[in-house]
Design a protein around this ligand. Structure first.
Ligand code: NAD
Ligand code: UFG
Length: 341
C-alpha cells in the first residue's frame, strides 16, 4: 500500500486524516514541529487504529532535517500538506512569520518533492479564498477575492505556487481542498481540537464555556442580513473532512484526476447561523450555554456555505453527519480533556 507523508499530521485536521488513512491501509509518515500540537496525539492515533504512525519532529522550513527524514523514509508516494499557521488575527500581527511558515514552507516542500521524485500533493486550502461570495452556495468556479488577512493571502499564494510548479515541472499533480468550517472530534474522543489559549473559533469557545473555563460566549453580531441576524457558516465534521482526503488520495494515486490541479470545495452544502448552532449544542448535549450578543468581529463575513456537488460527483463523497452528533463529539472530547464526567 502507498506511503503517505503528512505534514502537520499531529494537528487537528491532520490527526483525524492520519486515522482515516491508516484505516484504509496507507502507511503514514508524519512530520510536525509541534508548534501547535502535542506529542501525545500520537498515542490517540495509535489507540484508535492500533498502529503508531512514523513520526519525525521537524520544521518543514528546515530543508536539511527534512531531507534526512525523506532519505530515512524513502519511497514516499504522495504528500498531504497541512502544516501551516492558521490564526487569522495573529497573521495580521505577525505577517512575516505567516509568510515564512506557510509560503516558504510550501516552497521547501515542493523543492524536496522534486528532488525526491514525489509527484502528488494534496493541499489544505480554505473557503476564505472566496471572501464574501456574491452567489450562494459557493462552487469551485466562484472567483477568489482579495484576501482580508495575511493568513488568507498565504492560502491564495500557496494555491498559485502549486499551480505554477505544475506548469514548470510537468510530472507534478495536485488536489487543492478548500475546507469550509471544520468542527467536532473523533467519536472515540481519543483525538480532537486542542486550541492553545483562548479559542478564536466558535465551537471550541462553546465547549470551553460549557466546561466552565469561560464565563459566557460572545455572539459576534445579530444585525447581519440573515434570518436571525447572526452570521452563517458551513460547519463540516472533521471526520467527514478527513475521509475526503482519502478519496482525494485514491483519485491522485489511481490517476483518475481530470486535470493536474483539481479544486474541491468541502462543506455540507448547508449554512447554519451562530444562534442556530448555539441552540443545537444546548439541545444535543442538554448543557445550558450562557451567551450574550456583542458587536460584529472585525473582518468577519456575513454568510458562506458550499456547493459541494462537484466533490460528491467526482470523489463520491458527502458530509452527512448530523450537526447534533458533531456537536456531541466536540463536547465529549472537551469533557475528556477536562476530566468532566
Ligand atoms: P493545526 O494548527 O491544528 O495543525 C497544523 C499542524 O502543523 C500543527 O500540528 C503544527 O504543529 C504543525 N506545523 C505548523 N507549522 C509547521 C512547520 N513549519 N513545520 C512542521 N509542522 C508545522 O491546524 P488545522 O486546523 O489542523 O489545519 C490544518 C490545515 O488546514 C492548515 O493548513 C490550515 O490553514 C488549513 N485550514 C484549517 C481550517 C480550520 O478551520 N481548522 C480551515 C481551512 C483550512
Ligand atoms: N463567533 C462568535 N463567537 C466566538 C467565535 C466565533 O460569534 O467566540 C462567530 C464568528 O463571528 C463567525 C462564526 O462564529 O460568524 C464562525 O467563526 P470561527 O472563528 O469559528 O470561523 P471563521 O468562519 O471565522 O473562520 C474559520 C477559520 C479560518 C478559515 C475559515 C474558513 O478560523 O481560518 O473558517 O475555513 F479560513
Amino acid at each position: 500500500m502507498a506511503k503517505i507523508l503528512v505534514t502537520g499530521g499531529l494537528g487537528y485536521i491532520g490527526s483525524h486524516t492520519v486515522v482515516e488513512l491508516q484505516q484504509n491501509g496507507y502507511e503514514v509518515v508524519i512530520v510536525d514541529n509541534l508548534s501547535n500540537s502535542e506529542i501525545k496525539v500520537l498515542d490517540g492515533i495509535e489507540a484508535i487504529t492500533g498502529i503508531r504512525p512514523h513520526f519525525e519532529q521537524l520544521d518543514i522550513c528546515d530543508d536539511k532535517a527534512f531531507q534526512v527524514c525523506l532519505t530515512k523514509h524513502n519511497g514516499i508516494d504522495a504528500v498531504i500538506h497541512f502544516a501551516a499557521s492558521k490564526a487569522v488575527g495573529e497573521s495580521v500581527e505577525k505577517s512575516l512569520d505567516y509568510y515564512r511558515n506557510n509560503v516558504y514552507g510550501l516552497i521547501q516542500l515542493l523543492t524536496l518533492m522534486r528532488k525526491n521524485d514525489i509527484k502528488h500533493i494534496i493541499f489544505s486550502s480554505s473557503c476564505t479564498v472566496y471572501g464574501q461570495a456574491e452567489q450562494l452556495p459557493i462552487d469551485e468556479t466562484a472567483p477568489r477575492q482579495t484576501a482580508t488577512s495575511p493568513y488568507g493571502n498565504t492560502k491564495q499564494m500557496c494555491e498559485d505556487i502549486i499551480r505554477d510548479a505544475i506548469i514548470s515541472y510537468h510530472d507534478f499533480n495536485a488536489i487543492l481542498l478548500r475546507y469550509f468550517n471544520p468542527i467536532g472530534a473523533h467519536p472515540s474522543a481519543m483525538i480532537g481540537e486542542l486550541p492553545k489559549g483562548v479559542p478564536n473559533n466558535l465551537v471550541p469557545y462553546i465547549t470551553q464555556t460549557a466546561a466552565g473555563l469561560r464565563k459566557e460566549l460572545s455572539v459576534f453580531g445579530d444585525d447581519y442580513n440573515t434570518p436571525d441576524g447572526s452570521a452563517i457558516r458551513d460547519y463540516i465534521y472533521v471526520v467527514d473532512l478527513a475521509k475526503a482526503h482519502v478519496k482525494a488520495m485514491q483519485r491522485l494515486l489511481s490517476g483518475s484526476n481530470k486535470s493536474d490541479c483539481e479544486i474541491f470545495n468541502l462543506g455540507t452544502g448547508s449554512g447554519v447561523s451562530v444562534l442556530e448552532l448555539v441552540n443545537t449544542f444546548m439541545e444535543a448535549t442538554g448543557v445550558n450555554l450562557p451567551y450574550k450578543i456583542v458587536g460584529r468581529r472585525a473582518g468577519d463575513i456575513e454568510q458562506v456555505w458550499a456547493d459541494s456537488s462537484y466533490a460528491e460527483k467526482e470523489l463520491g463523497w458527502t458530509a452527512k453527519t448530523p450537526l447534533a452528533e458533531v456537536l456531541n463529539s466536540a463536547w465529549n472530547w472537551e469533557k475528556k480533556v477536562r476530566n468532566i464526567q
